[in-house]
Design a protein around this ligand. Structure first.
Ligand SMILES: [Fe+2]
Length: 439
C-alpha cells in the first residue's frame, strides 16, 4: 500500500523547479485594465516529508498581466531561513519562538507598497516585484510576535489589522498597522489557552477574535501537529473596538466548531454580520481528519451580547473571498471553492454567492479540472461590486497541467473570458491576491 501522504501526491505534490516563461499565449481575452500580478502562495515540500500539508516551504506562483497580455509566469520559493535548512520552529536564547525563520507558505498580500508572504508562525517575509525575498519584516523592530496569514486591509481607511498567536504566552496579541505601514498598536489579548487561531474578522469599528477548540497540546509536539480538537475548551467570539485593548473585549459563547476563514464581516443596525466557513468539528479524528466546511452566518448583537448562528448553504466549501473594496464593509457578493465530495479536499468548481438575494451560481471547469482559491479584481476603482473578474489557477488531471483562468464575475457560469496555459502545473495551495502595478 502506498504510504505516501496525500500532500506529496498528485497536484498536492510539489513541483521540482523554479521556472519562468514570457509572453504566454492567451486563449480568449484578458481585460486590458488588468495591470499587475496574480500571486498565489502554497507549500512546496521538496526537502522530504514536512509532516503535514501545512508545513512545506512556501512557493509563490505569479502571473503578470499588462495590456491584455500575459507577459510572464514565474514560480519562486519564499527564501526564508527555514527554506535554507533552519528548523521552522526554534527558540531564541531567551526562550521565545524565533519568528524570523518560518516557511511563509500561506498567503501573499500587498500593503503600503510592500508584498508580504505570510505564515501564522512567523513575521511576514517581504518580497520584491520579481518575487525575490527581501527578508523578514518586523516593522522596525516593533513586531515581537508571530503574524497571522490573514491580516485585513480596511477598504475605507487602508489600515491593516492583524494578530499573532503562540503556544507560549502571550497566547494572543493584536496588531494595528497604519496605512503607511507603521505598526502603531500591539495589545495582548487574554485567552484561556493557546488555540489555533488562523484568521479573524474586522468591521468598520470592531475586530472579532475566534477562540475555537483546536487547542495546543504540549504532549503532541513530537507528533508533528501539536494542535488538537478538544470540545471541552468551548468556543467564543471576542469583539473589541479596533483601537481598543484587552479590557474592552466582550466574549460571547458559541457552539463548538472550527473556522479557518471568514468571508467578510460588517456592521448593520447595531449588529456585526460575520459570514464564515464553519466546520462542526475539525481534526477530531487526527491531524488529517476533516469534516465539510459550510457557509454560515453569525449575527452578533452588540447590545445583548448574543450570537445568532445560521447556515446559509449546505454545500461543502472553502477559500471564501470578496471584492477587496468591501473588506470590513458590507458586501453583497462572495466567491469560494466548492469541495465536491464534502470530505477531505476535492476542489470541484467555483461558486459565487449573492448574499442579498440568497442565490448562487457555479462555474464548473469540466471533468478532472480543479480550481484553487479564486480572487476578485474590480474593473476599475469606481466599478460596482462584482463588476470585474474572478481569477484562479485551474489544474487538469488528464494532462497534469495547469492554467491561469479569468472569469467575468457578472457572467460567472459562462465560459471563461481568458485562459493561459502555464509552463508547469501549479500545486494546490492556499491563498493569493492581485497586486496592481504601483502608480
Ligand atoms: Fe487560510
Amino acid at each position: 500500500m502506498d504510504k505516501t501522504p496525500f500532500y506529496l501526491q498528485g497536484n498536492f505534490g510539489p513541483v521540482d523547479d523554479e521556472v519562468e516563461a514570457f509572453d504566454l499565449k492567451v486563449e480568449g481575452e484578458i481585460p486590458e485594465y488588468l495591470e499587475g500580478m496574480f500571486l498565489r502562495n502554497g507549500p512546496n515540500p521538496t526537502r522530504g516529508d514536512p509532516g503535514h500539508w501545512f508545513f512545506g516551504d512556501g512557493m509563490i506562483h505569479a502571473t503578470r498581466l499588462e495590456g491584455g497580455r500575459a507577459s510572464w509566469y514565474r514560480n519562486r520559493y519564499v527564501d526564508t531561513a527555514s527554506r535554507r535548512g533552519a528548523p521552522a520552529m526554534q527558540l531564541t536564547e531567551d526562550l521565545k519562538f524565533d519568528h524570523t525563520v518560518g516557511v511563509s507558505n500561506t498567503h501573499v498580500v500587498s500593503h503600503a507598497g510592500k508584498i508580504l508572504a505570510l505564515v501564522e508562525s512567523s513575521y511576514p517575509a517581504e518580497l520584491d516585484r520579481e518575487l525575490n525575498t527581501v527578508g523578514p519584516l518586523d516593522f522596525d523592530g516593533k513586531l515581537t510576535t508571530s503574524f497571522t496569514a490573514h491580516p485585513k486591509v480596511c477598504a475605507k481607511t487602508g489600515e491593516m489589522l492583524a494578530f499573532g498567536y503562540s503556544a507560549l504566552p502571550p497566547f494572543l496579541t493584536y496588531h494595528r498597522i497604519s496605512p503607511d505601514g507603521t505598526l502603531v498598536q500591539s495589545e495582548e489579548i487574554k485567552v484561556p489557552g493557546s488555540t489555533m487561531m488562523h484568521d479573524f474578522s474586522v468591521t468598520e469599528n470592531h475586530v472579532v477574535f475566534m477562540d475555537l477548540p483546536i487547542v495546543f497540546k504540549a504532549e503532541q509536539v513530537t507528533s508533528g501537529m501539536p494542535y488538537q480538537w478538544d470540545a471541552s475548551y468551548g468556543a467564543r467570539l471576542g469583539v473589541m473596538p479596533r483601537n481598543g485593548s484587552n479590557a474592552d473585549v466582550v466574549w460571547m459563547e458559541i457552539e463548538p466548531c472550527f473556522v479557518f476563514h471568514p468571508m467578510n464581516a460588517y456592521e448593520r443596525d447595531g449588529r456585526i454580520v460575520m459570514d464564515v466557513v464553519r466546520y462542526p468539528e475539525f481534526m477530531s479524528g487526527g491531524p488529517f481528519a476533516t469534516d465539510a466546511g459550510e457557509l454560515w452566518r453569525w449575527t452578533i448583537d452588540l447590545a445583548a451580547h448574543i450570537v445568532k448562528e445560521e447556515k446559509l448553504d449546505d454545500r461543502a466549501t472553502e477559500f471564501p473571498r470578496i471584492d477587496p473594496r468591501r473588506e470590513c464593509l458590507e458586501n453583497r457578493y462572495g466567491y469560494a471553492v466548492l469541495n465536491g465530495s464534502g470530505k477531505g479536499l476535492s476542489f470541484e468548481g467555483l461558486v459565487k454567492h449573492d448574499l442579498e438575494r440568497g442565490t448562487s451560481e457555479v462555474h464548473n471547469f469540466g471533468p478532472g479540472a480543479a480550481p484553487s482559491e479564486c480572487v476578485f479584481v474590480p474593473a476599475g476603482p469606481d466599478a460596482a461590486e462584482d463588476e470585474g473578474v474572478v481569477m484562479a489557477y485551474v489544474y487538469h488531471e488528464d494532462t497534469n497541467a495547469s492554467e491561469f483562468v479569468v472569469l467575468d464575475a457578472q457572467n460567472f457560469s459562462k465560459p471563461a473570458l481568458g485562459r493561459v496555459a502555464l509552463p508547469q502545473r501549479v500545486p494546490f495551495g492556499f491563498h493569493g491576491s492581485w497586486s496592481p502595478d504601483p502608480r
